[in-house]
Structures are given as C-alpha cells and as structure tokens.
Design a protein around this ligand. Structure first.
Ligand SMILES: [Zn+2]
Length: 309
C-alpha cells in the first residue's frame, strides 16, 4: 500500500524543541507513519523544499462555539496554521441552554466577543439543550479543523439558576444540579470547565456575567482541565498528521479586512496570513497558499473524561 500524502524535503521542526532536520513525512490513514528519506509512492506529494514542516498549532483560547455552526473552514484560525481550537472559554458556551434562553446566550456572546446576535440567530440550527447534545451537533458538522470544548460557567449557571444566576449565590440544590451537569459534560467529552472573574465580562445590560456572581467555593468542581491530546502536537510517527508548512522568512499576518460574510450578511474583521504554503489536518490538505481546498477532515476532540466510544 502506498502513502496517502508525502511531504518531501521539508525542514522538520517537530514540536519537542529538538534541533530542526531535513526530511520527508509520510502520512497514511490520518497519521504520520514514516519520517526520514521516504521511497514509498504516494497518492499526493507536496514539495516542501525551503519550508518548515511543523505540528499544526493548537489554539487554547477561542470563542468559535457559534461559528462552528456556519463556517466549515474555521476562519480566521485556519489561515494561520491552526489545526485544533479549544472553545467554550471565559465561562461562555452555547450549552447547556434552554430554548427560551437562546437569544440571551447569543446576546451575551455579542456583548463580550462582538459576534453579532443576528448572525448567530441566522446561522445556527439550534437544536440542542444539554451539553452532550451540543457536542453531538459539533461532531456532526463539517469541520476543516479539530475542535475541543469547555463547558462554560456562565452558561451552566444560567441554565440551572435562570435569572437568579445574575444576582444570587448558588444554593446547595443549585450546586448539586451544576455538579451533575458538569459531570455529564465531562463524560460526553468536554475538555473541562471554564469560568471568568474578569470585570470586562458583562451582560448586554452592562451587569456582571453569571460566573462573576458565584463565590469562589463554587469553583471547586472536579474537572479535567488538562486537554491530554496525547497524539497531537509533535511530528512523530504514530501521531495524528496535523501539520503546517510555512516559509519562516515570509510568514506574517496579512492586513485585516472587513468582510460581510457572516450569516445574514453581518460584518466581521477577517485576517489572513502570508507565507503559509499548506495546512494538513488529520492527514488531509485543508489549505494551500491560503485557499481552502474544501476538505473537512476536522474532528470533535473529546476530553480525557469522555465515556463516549
Ligand atoms: Zn475569552
């Protein structure tokens, strides 16, 4: 059997802080299967002469929770060599969420992250209520990068306590229900639990978000906060083939542009990059010279506490 993809003559920076070296990387079935001088034939070959071949970048702080519903390529992250993002940061998440609270959740993300509410309401087929249902939705969506997600404290508090979450301390009963929902989320593959005490994090009414009302004792939930992505982040045989190929002399962010490509035509700032020749996610080329190839091999990455097969 030949390789699916062969990256030839690159300068490999393997992610471990080891010295760089010249070599070929052979990929089959989404994993790196060979590194060195490779003679095997491949379905597709990329000449990486003059380019760095590095593990795709993992961005641990994003708010892609809503965008994943309408943007299969995962911009702007995908344009910068990112192959995995973690979302649900700062206590914000779109689950768990009761149907009548959807607009409020969207407006909170607008207040803090500047994602237009109209875009979210137009672009999301909002069918979930619980956190496992949300992850199942993300799992099904077409994705060109990988996604992991935290369960967010403000979302959780609003779900369990309703409007009281914005003014009151949690009761014993609230805490019990929150702990059960966190456990359910971790078992479904949440990467952990996120919260925020930041004074910049306010609701659309300018009041503190729900997580800021909690006292510190509420923040002692048992959670697996380490992502434990055991088979990503290095250029090594056996590892998942998430790679970025770039010209180290040319790589830099491009000028931001204003685009009206959000659902419903809402505006956003977009920023591409220069000098990135190709990005590989789970063994498939997702971007070449900044252009999406249309392949969507990204996966939902479930956390270490996941009981989902
Ligand atoms: Zn954040």
């Amino acid at each position: 059997m030949g390789l699916d993809l062969l990256i030839r003559n690159g300068t490999i920076v393997d992610g471990s802080a080891a010295a760089r070296y010249r070599g070929d990387v052979g990929i089959e079935g989404g994993r790196i299967v060979e590194i060195g001088r490779i003679r095997s034939v491949a379905e597709r070959t990329i000449d990486a002469d003059g380019l760095i071949v590095a593990p795709g970048f993992i961005d641990g702080h994003t708010h892609m929770d809503a965008q994943v519903a309408w943007d299969p390529i995962g911009s702007c992250s995908c344009w910068h060599g990112v192959t995995t993002v973690i979302m649900g940061n700062c206590g914000f998440a779109l689950a768990p969420c009761k149907p009548d609270a959807r607009e409020w959740f969207a407006r909170c993300l607008t207040a803090v992250e500047d994602i237009p509410t109209e875009a979210m309401l137009a672009g999301i087929d909002w069918t979930w209520e619980t956190y496992p249902e949300y992850l199942a939705t993300v799992d099904r969506l077409p994705k060109a990068i990988n996604y992991g997600a935290y369960i967010g404290h403000s979302a959780l508090r609003m779900y369990v306590m309703g409007a009281r979450a914005l003014t009151e301390k949690a009761t014993e009963d609230d805490l019990g229900r929150m702990a059960a929902a966190v456990q359910e989320a971790i078992r479904a593959g949440a990467m952990g639990f996120s919260s925020s005490r930041a004074t910049t994090h306010v609701t659309p009414d300018g009041t503190p978000v729900a997580s800021r009302i909690a006292d510190w004792s509420e923040l002692t939930f048992d959670n697996a906060s380490a992502w434990e992505l055991h088979d990503r982040g290095l250029v090594r045989t056996g590892y998942k083939a998430d790679l970025v190929l770039f010209d180290e002399a040319r790589v830099k962010p491009a000028m931001p542009t204003v685009e009206t490509d959000l659902p419903g035509g809402a505006r956003r700032l977009a920023q591409k990059a220069e000098g990135i020749a190709a990005t590989v996610v789970n063994g498939e080329v997702t971007l070449e010279d900044g252009k999406a190839t249309g392949r969507v091999p990204g996966r939902l990455l479930r956390g270490p506490g996941s009981r989902v097969a």
